[in-house]
Write a protein that binds this ligand. Structure first.
Ligand code: NAP
Length: 270
C-alpha cells in the first residue's frame, strides 16, 4: 500500500519539484498540498502547478483542514511555517520530513522536543550525493584534517535567503566533530580588511549568490605541498526531491525520533 503524503510550500521551487517526485514514486501518493494562507494560488490544482496535468489535489492554506489526507508531511518552506506545520503534525500524530533550512538554535531545540512524540526526518540536504560527501569529509578530516587548512565554499541562486547554506554548515559540523573542534568557536564567516594570519584551527566559509545556481559546495583541505578538494554540484532540484521522497517512505516505518538522511541511506553515524 502506498504512503499518503502532503507537500507544504507546494507552489515553491522545491514544492513543485516534490509534487513531480511524489508522482514518480511507486511507494507514495499525494494526499494534500499546502501553501501559505495568503497565497493567490489557493484552490489551484497541485498537478497543474507542477506541470503534470490535473491530479485532483487542490492547494489549501491551512494544514489543519487536510490532516486526514496524509500520513507524512514533506515541508520545504521557511522556518516559521515549518514550526507551525510541525505543531499541527504533533497534535494529530503525523510524521514530517523537514527540508527547510535556516533554523535558529531555539527553533532547532523545538524540533528536537517534538521528536519525542512523532517521527521527524530533517536534513539540510536530501541529495544522495551530498550525503555521500558527508562520509567522504569524515574520512578526509580524520586522515589529513589536522595537517590542513579547511575552507568551505558554497554557491546558490539569487533567491536563497539564508547564508551560509544549511549544507555548508552541516559539512562544517561533520568536519569539526571528526576533529574534536567546536564549530561555534572555529567557524569564520567571510573575511575583509586586515584580517591577520589564519588561525590553524579555523574552518572558513565563503558564500556566493548568483543567477540560477542550484547548489555548489567545495571543501578544500590545503596542506603544505598538496590539497584535496571534495566537490558536489547539484544541477537539478530533483536530486533533493527524490531524497526527500525516499525519506518519507522510510519514515513511515520508523518509531518516533529525529532522523536525518544518513539514517535513511543506512550510513552509520560516527
Ligand atoms: P521557495 O521557492 O521560496 O518556496 C517556499 C514556499 O513556501 C513558497 O511557495 C512560500 O510561499 C511557501 N510558504 C511560505 N509560508 C508558508 C506557509 N505558512 N505554509 C505553506 N507554505 C508556505 O523556496 P525553495 O527554494 O523551494 O526552498 C524552500 C526551503 O527549502 C528553503 O529553506 C531552502 O533552503 C530549502 N531547501 C532545502 C533542500 C534540502 O535538500 N534540504 C534543498 C533545496 C532547498 P510564498 O512564496 O507565497 O511566500
Amino acid at each position: 500500500m502506498s504512503v499518503r503524503v502532503a507537500v507544504s510550500g507546494a507552489a515553491g521551487r522545491m514544492g513543485r519539484t516534490l509534487i513531480e517526485a511524489v508522482a514518480n514514486a511507486d511507494a507514495l501518493e499525494l494526499g494534500a498540498a499546502i501553501e501559505q494562507p495568503g497565497s493567490s494560488l489557493l484552490g489551484s490544482d497541485a498537478g497543474e502547478l507542477a506541470g503534470l496535468g490535473k491530479n485532483g489535489v487542490v492547494l489549501v492554506g491551512d494544514i489543519r483542514a487536510v490532516t486526514d489526507a496524509f500520513e507524512v508531511l514533506i515541508d520545504f518552506t521557511v522556518p516559521q511555517a515549518t514550526l507551525a506545520n510541525l505543531s499541527a503534525c504533533v497534535a494529530v500524530g503525523r510524521k514530517i520530513v523537514i527540508g527547510t533550512t535556516g533554523f535558529s538554535a531555539e527553533q532547532q531545540a523545538e524540533i528536537e522536543q517534538a521528536a519525542a512524540s512523532v517521527q521527524i526526518c530533517k536534513a539540510s540536504n536530501f541529495s544522495t550525493g551530498v550525503n555521500l560527501c558527508f562520509k567522504l569529509l569524515e574520512m578526509a578530516a580524520s586522515v589529513i584534517g589536522d595537517d590542513s587548512d579547511i575552507e568551505i565554499y558554497e554557491a546558490h541562486h539569487r533567491h536563497k535567503i539564508d547564508a551560509p547554506s544549511g549544507t555548508a554548515l552541516s559539512m562544517g559540523e561533520v568536519i569539526a566533530a571528526t576533529l574534536g573542534r567546536d564549530l561555534g568557536k572555529v567557524a569564520v564567516y567571510g573575511r575583509e580588511g586586515q584580517i591577520g594570519v589564519r588561525d590553524k584551527e579555523s574552518i572558513g566559509f565563503a558564500t556566493v549568490r548568483a543567477g540560477d545556481i542550484v547548489g555548489d559546495h567545495t571543501v578544500t583541505f590545503a596542506a603544505e605541498g598538496e590539497r584535496v578538494e571534495i566537490t558536489h554540484k547539484a544541477s537539478s532540484r530533483m536530486s533533493f526531491a527524490r531524497g526527500a521522497v525516499r525519506a518519507a517512505a522510510w519514515l513511515a516505518e520508523q518509531p518516533a525520533g529525529l532522523y536525518d538522511m544518513q539514517n535513511v541511506l543506512g550510513f552509520q553515524h560516527e
